[in-house]
Design a protein around this ligand. Structure first.
Ligand code: DGY
Length: 322
């Protein structure tokens, strides 16, 4: 009998085709995300689960799973999975790093350019029929990228790739990491290490590239915003909960910081009525860091490979925990 696999939403057709050859698959097709009730009923007898960043896979859910061998997430982030519990239960957890590094760094840089050069704001001005003044000295004036200082929190794969983009545009890059990277990596990237406090207070733009963990939860709150330059911007393409979103709204209202470029939010999707949608100095993206055709196809391939390995009790290509 074929092993059973549940997908909390569909992947590319080529990936489904491959899965169907080997397994009895069921793809959730209703409202996204799948409800915990449905997930609980499905997890009971499946051998493999393919999930997405907004599916909460916790210990209670795993306790219901009698035959589960592998959880394969279609994401680099795995904060939605209690992977240490999975490890205890000898359930493999696969994820999709590397292939989305360029796409996510590109998006962070796109938000940076957009927020400094007011691209989205200009687009809204035209679409709303508000383009009155042409080419005036004070009209639609943004900021140069050159000679600005970008502070990167988390010089991992994505942070380092963003640093390369920034250097090419004449931006100075400082970074903070839990562990300082090697001097040779700093030299190659042309970046300088700074303490967290120094990075916060010296940067014109801060870009967040740390995972969401108990240590990074709500890391950027009012206390930190007050330490940033009044003229500075914050970019987030990692996880929304790294920022205290209420404090961010207050910081923007009170002009404690100058603006934000956000691809991730504490609750997704955010409503069009959310206070963040009211600021012209905020650029919003609907969690599209990895969302390019090429990258998403690669992610599907890896998700399937990880599942294939894990379901046969082998280590996924990219695995966390067991
Ligand atoms: C991920 O894969 O975790 C990212 O959030 C995608 O943008």
């Amino acid at each position: 009998m074929k092993k059973k696999v549940f997908l909390t939403r569909r992947l590319h057709d080529f990936a489904l085709k491959e899965l169907k050859k080997k397994y009895q698959i069921e793809v959730h097709s209703g409202k996204i995300p799948v409800t915990q009730t449905k997930l609980r009923s499905k997890i009971k007898d499946v051998n493999g689960l393919i999930c997405f960043p907004y599916d909460k896979i916790d210990s209670k859910l795993m306790d219901l799973a009698k035959n589960l061998k592998v959880i394969s997430t279609y994401s680099v982030g795995f904060d939605h999975i209690d992977w240490s519990y999975a490890k205890k239960k000898k359930i493999r957890v696969g994820y999709t790093p590397n292939v989305l590094t360029d796409a996510t760094a590109d998006l962070a840089f796109a938000l940076l350019i957009d927020i400094l050069r007011k691209v989205s704001e200009g687009d809204r001005i035209i679409r709303d029929g508000r383009w009155r003044e042409i080419y005036g000295a004070y009209d639609y004036v943004g900021l140069d990228l050159q000679n600005k200082t970008l502070g990167i929190l988390g010089l991992g794969r994505i942070g380092s790739t963003l640093a390369k983009r920034a250097k090419a545009f004449g931006i100075n890059v400082i970074y903070h990491n839990r562990k300082r990277v090697s001097r040779s990596k700093e030299k190659t990237l042309g970046v300088k290490y700074a303490s967290f406090q120094k990075m916060i207070s010296r940067s014109d733009i801060i870009s967040i590239h740390v995972p969401h963990t108990t240590q990074t939860d709500q890391m950027f709150d009012m206390k930190i915003f007050r330490k940033m330059k009044k003229s500075s911007f914050i970019i987030n393409t990692s996880r929304g909960k790294v920022i205290n979103q209420k404090d961010l709204v207050t910081a923007l209202k009170k002009k404690i910081i100058a603006g934000a470029g956000l691809d991730v939010f504490d609750v997704e999707p955010i409503s069009k009525k959310h206070p963040l949608t009211k600021f012209d100095n905020v650029v919003l993206a609907p969690h599209i860091g990895s969302s390019t055709k090429e990258t998403r196809e690669k992610m599907s391939k890896i998700t399937v490979k990880n599942l294939n390995l894990g379901i046969n009790d082998k280590k996924p290509i990219y695995s966390v925990g067991y």
